[in-house]
Design a protein around this ligand. Structure first.
Ligand code: AN7
Length: 361
């Protein structure tokens, strides 16, 4: 018998078994991923003129959407007798692979661009005891190297999203969105980096429609950071740069999947600036109560941009918040900091409180 997750969250393999590659029961490595909340955002909805829901993937076990695909990839790695896995990462794939490898009892190597992964993600990898290899190169170089290692060493599974099991697992988020809303949304906005997730969501929505559960599928609205926007400009970026380190990727592996999602759904892939990303992140945290990491705010940043230009999607709109804000404390701390302490007196406390405006509504 494979590992069980009891309580409300059984994990995506047991929940969506008929939709996924076959995995023997005894090989299942789960941490109870999936079943993340779809949160209504009334104030942001007003700004958009559409009804916006936030799919908060930061609520997964390792605090990003990667866990949906990682449970499938690691379970299949166990089923096929792998003793180790390897991945390149801008941080979240590494954190997730580390967690699921610990769960599965196999060795995990993660290859990351030196100094470019957010603090919380590095801490996760260290905590789970994975082997972290920092390279003097970017994500794209790390991915090429990891692919070669997996090919030439043979018994090491590559668990990046070029591994089809990852995409299969990640598509389950589409099913959850359709189930929660009672129908597919009219549009789905999300950040695009290596482009596995937009590929996975689109596959999920198509399969849902093909299975006869719906007649429609949403327009897919993908957003890249301007400094790392190869799918928008049509050429790879040698030196991608963005504050949203998770999507600092210059040559997306699932480029074809992303372009097909855009084309087939009548959607778009556009870019947003770092400033727009940070503004959307702050707005989500302060007005919707949802703290996501910078990259995760790219979808909402994109929706707000479309609204400003009179191009906002209509109807029921979902934005995927791919990772938790706690992943990247430095970005917040570079813009704000803790105030000086005050004496432990009633007067000092009320003095401070009088200087604070009550929050709106
Ligand atoms: C929070 O961890 O590529 O377009 O190596 O961490 O499927 O790549 C992370 C990507 C969006 C983009 N939001 O998804 C990695 C990595 C967050 C992310 C993306 C990532 P894809």
């Amino acid at each position: 018998m494979g590992v069980q997750a009891l309580g409300g969250r059984r994990g995506v393999i047991r929940k969506y078994r008929d939709w996924l590659p076959e995995i023997p029961e005894e090989a299942i490595a789960t941490l109870g991923e999936g079943d993340t909340p779809l949160i209504e955002a009334p104030r942001l909805s007003e700004k958009l003129g559409a009804r916006l829901y936030l799919k908060f993937e930061g609520m997964n076990p390792s605090a990003s959407f990667k866990d949906r695909g990682m449970t499938v990839a690691l379970s299949r790695a166990i089923a096929t007798g792998s003793r180790a896995c390897v991945c390149a990462s801008t941080g979240n794939t590494a954190a997730s692979a580390s967690a699921y490898s610990a769960r599965a009892g196999i060795t995990c190597f993660v290859v990351v661009p030196v100094g470019k992964i957010a603090l919380g993600k590095a801490v996760q990898v260290l905590a789970h005891g994975a082997k972290i290899i920092q390279i003097e190169g970017n994500f794209d170089a790390a991915l090429k190297l990891s692919q070669r290692v997996a090919e030439e060493l043979g018994n090491v599974s590559l668990v990046n999203s070029v591994n089809p099991d990852r995409i299969e697992g990640q598509k389950t988020a589409s099913f959850e969105v359709c189930e929660a809303l009672g129908r597919p949304p009219d549009a789905l906005a999300l950040p695009v980096g290596n482009a596995g997730n937009i590929t996975a969501y689109w596959r999920g929505f198509k399969e849902w429609r093909e299975a006869g559960y719906a007649d429609t599928a949403p327009r897919m609205l993908g957003f890249q950071a301007e400094g790392a926007s190869p799918l928008v400009t049509g050429h790879d970026f040698e030196s991608p740069e963005t504050v949203a380190s998770a999507i600092r990727i210059g040559a997306p592996a699932s480029k074809e999947g992303a372009l097909a999602a855009m084309r087939e759904s009548g959607g778009l892939i556009e870019s947003v600036t770092d400033e727009e990303i940070l503004e959307a992140q702050a707005m989500l945290a302060r007005e919707a109560g949802v703290f996501c990491e910078p990259a995760s705010a790219a979808g909402v940043a994109g929706l707000l941009k479309l609204a400003r230009e009179g191009r906002a999607p209509e109807g029921l709109v979902v934005s995927v918040l791919t990772g938790h804000g706690l992943k990247d404390p430095d970005t917040i701390l570079s813009r704000t900091s803790l105030p000086e302490p005050v004496p432990a007196t009633f007067e000092a406390l009320t003095g401070v409180m009088q200087r604070v405006e009550p929050a709106a509504g």
